[in-house]
Design a protein around this ligand. Structure first.
Ligand code: PRP
Length: 212
């Protein structure tokens, strides 16, 4: 039997993902979201679990370095990888929105060439070009995106909102919804065939845990 490898997302999804897997008996000793160790092994069950940056999880799964991934829908939409999306896990729920200073609501309606800063350039481009049919200049940032409109880099942002406190504390408001986000279980397309039994058993146990 070969190792079944899981890629989990570091950061806000990590705790819930580790707990979810532990609840169905998928766990490795010494595993914790706070550890600096990158990969954990359970020899008895032939499992490996590692934690990776959010947008890298779909990459590890597509290339088969991990058989199964727990990834936010934001990373999946942004990366557009060729994966089997097996399950909406029902945690990590938040919204992808267009946000900005309240006065940009009018600008969004009237001005065609709006500048958007975001960690999600593909999602932002699809929203502005295909849904709004509006010309927009998309500027990629790697974090603290809310700074964009505050320091005059952009008119608006496309970003995730969970509690809403980052927007509020920075004087920004939601101008438009883009989509709803949650954590998803994704599977490598080849692994889905070669490890069919083990993977479908995991999906079944996760569904039972959620009461599907
Ligand atoms: C995310 C997101 C927002 C914030 C939203 O950033 O990009 O900035 O969280 O959460 P809230 O609505 O609960 O305030 P994250 O904390 O992941 O850090 P980053 O800005 O460095 O990407």
């Amino acid at each position: 039997m070969s190792y079944l490898v899981f890629a989990l997302t570091k950061g806000r999804l990590a705790g819930a993902a580790i707990k979810m897997l532990a609840d169905i008996g998928v766990a490795c000793a010494e595993m914790s979201e706070r550890s600096r160790k990158l990969i954990f092994v359970n020899e008895e069950q032939q499992l490996k679990i590692f934690l990776a940056k959010a947008d890298d999880v779909p990459t590890y799964v597509e290339y088969g370095a991990a058989d199964i991934g727990v990834s936010g829908a934001d990373s999946l939409l942004e990366e557009g990888r060729n994966l089997y999306e097996a399950l909406d896990l029902g945690f990590g729920e938040c919204r992808m929105v267009v946000a900005g200073p309240p006065e940009t609501a009018e600008k969004m309606r009237r001005v065609n060439n709006i500048r958007v800063s975001t960690k999600y350039p593909n999602i932002a481009a699809r929203h502005f070009y295909e849904k709004r049919r509006q010309t927009a200049e998309i500027v990629k940032l790697n974090g603290s995106v809310e700074l964009g409109p505050i320091v005059g880099l952009s008119d608006v942002i496309v970003d995730i909102v969970e509690s809403g406190s980052t927007l509020k504390e920075n004087g920004l408001v939601v101008l438009e919804d883009v989509c709803v986000i949650s954590a998803r279980l994704v599977v490598n397309r080849v692994s889905m065939k070669t490890e069919y039994g083990r993977i479908t058993d995991i999906i079944r146990r996760l569904k039972e845990r959620r009461g599907f």
